[in-house]
Design a protein around this ligand. Structure first.
Ligand code: ATP
Ligand code: MG
Length: 246
């Protein structure tokens, strides 16, 4: 069953087309790695899918409901956003709030949840990312890896149908990347549906079940991870894998 499907997403900036008609279908439990060279449109695609950018054209089918992206209404966006999580490269935490408050905020404000219930859910979420003992710490008192894990806790606390990640480890010092990838791997094993823009080929190879390769605003290849890494017939993909693996 597909959680989300997009058809023919197009997006231009200042008259220049950046996404040339992207199609993608994400099934329940899929962990899809979106990879490709810098500037190929990966972030723009995720931002269009989460309505941080408005697509110029295209269709989204979210849980069997179909939306035309150039005409979608704020109320519909709100409804879809309630069912999706987003983890950014730079964590986007509230700096003046504790880890716990960062997680409860969206539950209390966005979902009108009672404070005590929100706290309970937030503690559970922090526990799942290994940070229950850091609940009272502010972002400045946490390492980058810990901050990103708080951001992941915030995303899972809402029990989303899918989580989008945009290069969740690329702002981290190398020694902190592993702990974040471990948490993502665990989520994947628990069956979370995830769409992950990443440069971590180990994640694409070992955790994701599908790979989408983008170049210059097109999806050049979409395949199982196994196939992608074992049979990269395309020269451009061979070169990409060889270069990024250094
Ligand atoms: N707000 C914007 N205004 C103008 N151009 C933009 C804007 N956002 C992105 N672009 C352009 O769109 C293209 C795709 O950018 P995007 O950030 O989606 O690439 P990316 O694949 O995520 O790259 P990276 O791997 O470096 O993160 C680039 O040429 C970029 O300059
Ligand atoms: Mg990007």
């Amino acid at each position: 069953m597909s959680v989300i499907e997009i058809k023919n997403i197009k997006k231009s900036f200042q008259g220049k087309e950046i996404l040339h008609g992207i199609n993608l279908s994400v099934d329940k439990g899929d962990v899809i790695a979106i990879i490709g060279p810098s500037g190929s449109g990966k972030t723009t695609l995720l931002r269009c899918m989460n309505f941080l950018e408005k697509a110029d054209e295209g269709i989204m089918i979210f849980e069997n409901e179909k939306f035309e992206l150039d005409k979608i209404k704020n109320k519909q966006i709100g409804h879809i956003r309630q069912r999706t999580g987003f983890v950014f490269q730079n964590y986007n935490l509230f700096l003046n709030k504790t880890a716990l408050e960062n997680v409860t905020e969206g539950l209390i404000i966005g979902r009108k949840m009672h404070k005590d219930e929100a706290k309970k859910i937030a503690f559970d979420a922090l526990e799942r990312v290994g940070l229950k003992d850091r609940a009272d710490y502010k972002p400045s008192q946490l390492s980058g890896g810990q901050q990103q894990r708080v951001a992941i806790a915030r995303a899972i606390a809402t029990n989303p149908d899918i989580i989008y990640f945009d290069e969740p480890t690329s702002a981290l010092d190398p020694e902190l990347i592993g702990e974040v990838l471990e948490v993502m791997k665990k989520l994947a094993e628990e069956g979370m549906t995830m769409l992950v823009v990443t440069h971590e080929m180990s994640f694409a190879k070992n955790v994701s079940n599908k790979v989408v390769f983008m170049e210059q605003g097109y999806v050049v290849k979409e395949s199982s991870s196994k196939d992608f890494f074992e049979n990269p017939e395309d020269e451009r993909i061979k070169t990409f894998i060889a270069n990024i693996g250094r």
